[in-house]
Design a binder for this molecule. Structure first.
Ligand code: ADP
Length: 595
């Protein structure tokens, strides 16, 4: 999941994009407007305290030491100490405040993205790999966190310090400043080169970390197969090679720092020498005071250090910008199954009409359903049978509007499901997947997912309605049994029962069922079948039947193959017709007879 951050243009932000990201971030900072203003004031104040120190030193030297005025010297020293204390307090406050704004911003972004992800529809999850989505939430948010936690404050503080120091130095002695600036072009050019090179190296390191991690993960998760075929050495060889690549990438960035940092250090020292030499000469000529020279010595570092810090921070800022851009793109992904403006409530009950529906998953992909039409009467049970990959699940998903047809339409009670509110649609039509996902929590919690705020009594009634209440309450901890992660404490049959109880609690008028294929012990099998039978009572049911016994009990059977509805009729009709279903049934009945 890290590997996708390659050394490519996707990680870079052009100016237009960066401006957009900045604008959007500003608007997201809305709730923190007051805090942001206060933080900016604090940072400015802090810059002043940093600059005030050298000023007081200059004052103390020129007016106190040189003029032998003990009172002035004392005042300068006391003021200096006060400024130091003020700087201490302001610095503390600004770290706290910037941290609070930044972390709040991060929290908002995380929640917003998660909220959006939870509302995106199935086609999005078909397109995007879960790993990539998780990496949006981890590495992209991490890149931001790095900026927020350390970088942002330093970035702003250094920027201000650079500008103010320049102004102050120019005001005190623009002539001396001009001389001292001979090294600045050199520093700026080196910094620009450093920033470019180190950004490249940084992206390369990130890419190689991805490769190393994925090779590590593969080696660990595949260790059984690796050992079974004695491929350990081969794996170690591969890991050694990716590790070497990572080492080389890191060394690239070390080499870049190794020429840059000493250059900056040297420029600083060289400039100090100029300040002392030229400044001293100017003092001799009575052009400036000795305090001014000292002021320069203390303040010049405020020019050089920020340049260095800013160029080092640039990567953090840039990758945070790129991360934000990706997060914003994710937030801008529209829902594929949107609710239309002015969508209406679906009627409580009605027939389902599939009207000349064609469908494919990807816009350029192969057609999965071709021109399927089907009428399902209210209260009818329709079983869909057919080989794997025929399109049964796809048809079921279209009926439940997990996807929208590419051509044609699906109607419930005469209303195009695209015109219905999503809330009423999900209330009327309930999908029971083959393997119901169980969340961490108790059995009751897991059933309650079907209906927000349902009371314990309602949950119990749902369990009773499908005849499984006794089964669960007989457990040592009854309905409060923790199912643990993904229901690891429950048997396969019990998981299916929880899934059916959910549907019973939701109490929809249409059930779209994907029959579970996992084989159960005969006792549990009967219990599940009985629960299913009760659940289906009085509802319209579309069931993807994996057992012909289920099909046999349905009112009508649809045989799906190669994306079309091949046969449609009652069990007896289809057996008499002697087509595909009859053949399937004959094989199955023959097998049942021999076992
Ligand atoms: P069935 O339920 O009859 O086994 P499906 O409706 O699941 O068949 O699948 C029909 C075809 O659509 C298959 O070729 C399958 O590979 C393809 N398909 C199913 N789900 C997706 C998906 N989410 N994205 C792309 N293709 C899919």
């Amino acid at each position: 999941m890290w590997g996708m951050a390659g050394v490519d243009e996707a990680d870079k932000l052009d100016r237009k994009k960066a401006a957009k990201v900045l604008r959007r971030s500003m608007s997201l900072l809305g709730p923190y407007k007051r805090q942001t203003v206060v933080a900016s004031l604090l940072i400015t104040l802090w810059t002043f305290t940093v600059l005030a120190g050298p000023f007081l030193v200059k004052y103390g030297i020129d007016q106190g030491i040189v003029k032998h005025d003990g009172g002035v010297l004392d005042r300068a020293v006391v003021a200096y100490v006060f400024v130091a204390i003020a700087a201490y307090i302001v610095y503390r406050l600004q770290i706290m405040l910037v941290g609070r704004i930044g972390e709040g911003f991060l929290r908002d972004i995380r929640v917003r993205v998660f909220d959006h992800l939870q509302h995106l529809s199935m086609p999005f999850y078909d397109r995007e790999k879960a790993g990539v989505i998780v990496s949006r939430m981890t590495s992209d948010v991490d890149a931001l966190a790095e900026l927020v936690q350390t970088g942002l404050l330093m970035f702003m503080a250094n920027g201000l310090l650079l500008v103010f120091s320049f102004i102050v130095l120019a005001l005190v002695s623009w002539k001396l400043l001009l001389v001292c600036l001979v090294t600045l072009p050199f520093v700026i050019l080196s910094s620009v080169k450093f920033q470019r090179d180190s950004n490249k190296a940084y992206l390369l390191v990130r890419d190689r970390i991805g490769t190393t991690l994925s090779s590590l993960q593969e080696g660990l998760s595949g260790v059984r197969v690796i050992q079974a075929y004695r491929r350990e050495d081969e794996q170690v060889r591969r890991f050694t090679s990716t590790s070497r690549d990572l080492y080389n990438a890191h060394m690239d960035s070390v080499r870049i720092s190794a020429w840059y940092l000493p250059v900056i250090e040297f420029s600083g020292v060289f400039t100090t020498a100029i300040a002392v030499g030229v400044g001293g000469w100017m003092v001799h000529a009575n052009a400036i005071t000795i305090g001014t020279v000292t002021f320069f010595l203390l303040t010049l570092s405020n020019l050089f250090e920020p340049v260095q810090q800013l160029s080092q921070l640039f990567n953090t800022v840039q990758s945070a910008g790129a991360g934000l851009n990706k997060l914003y793109e994710l937030l801008d992904t529209p829902a594929d199954v949107p609710e239309r403006l002015g969508a209406s409530e679906l009627p409580a009950d009605g027939a389902i009409d599939v009207d000349h529906v064609s469908f494919r998953y990807a816009s350029e992909g192969a057609w999965v359903l071709h021109d399927v039409s089907l009428h399902i009467a209210q209260g009818e049970r329709l079983a869909l049978v057919g080989p794997t990959g025929a399109g049964k699940s796809t048809l079921a998903k279209l009926i439940a509007r997990l996807y929208d047809p590419v051509q044609g339409q699906v109607e419930f009670a005469g209303v195009d499901v695209r015109d219905a509110t999503l809330a009423s649609l999900r209330r009327r039509i309930c999908v029971v997947p083959q393997e119901g996902f169980l969340f961490n929590g108790t059995i009751r919690d897991n059933v309650r997912i079907a209906k927000q705020g349902a009371s314990d009594d309602e949950v119990d009634d749902a369990l009773r309605a499908i005849g499984v209440y006794d089964r669960f309450s007989a457990l040592p901890e009854g309905l409060s049994t923790e199912v643990r992660e993904r229901g690891s404490r429950l048997s396969a049959g019990e998981k299916q029962l929880v899934s059916l109880a959910r549907a019973a609690l939701a109490d929809p008028s249409v059930l779209v069922l994907d029959e579970a294929t996992s084989s159960l012990d005969p006792g549990t099998e009967l219990l599940v079948e009985d629960a299913l039978e009760r659940l289906m009572q009085g509802r319209t049911v579309v069931v993807i039947a994996h057992r012909l016994s289920t099909a046999e009990r349905a009112d009508r059977i649809g045989v799906v193959d190669a994306g079309g509805l091949l046969e449609l009729g009652t069990h007896d009709e289809l057996v008499t017709a002697g087509g595909r279903y009859a053949a399937l049934y004959a094989t199955w009945a023959g097998r049942m007879a021999t076992t």
